[in-house]
Design a protein. Structure first.
Length: 85
């Protein structure tokens, strides 16, 4: 995503990219894509700080279905003036 995108827009982009890997059946790439993409925006970089272990647990317990469940359950960040980059 380019400059000027707010946190919710960036989050949706990152989530949608990760879900493309889920649909291809690749939970590991979905997880790495999500973490990498969310870290690229100031307004979303904090989201995975405390949740990475939970996401990995979902993957270990239920594979790609667990990753999908985890991604679908993430709350979208609120928009703010500071989150646009």
């Amino acid at each position: 995503m380019g400059p000027g995108v707010n946190a919710p827009e960036h989050f949706r982009w990152a989530r949608d990219r990760a879900m493309e890997y889920v649909e291809m059946g690749d939970g590991a790439l979905a997880m790495s894509s999500l973490v990498s993409d969310l870290n690229k925006h100031e307004g979303t970089a904090h989201i995975m700080a405390d949740l990475s272990t939970l996401m990995i647990g979902e993957y270990l317990i239920d594979g790609v279905r667990g990753v999908k469940r985890f991604i679908e359950g993430l709350p979208e960040p609120a928009a703010s003036e500071e989150s646009a980059r």
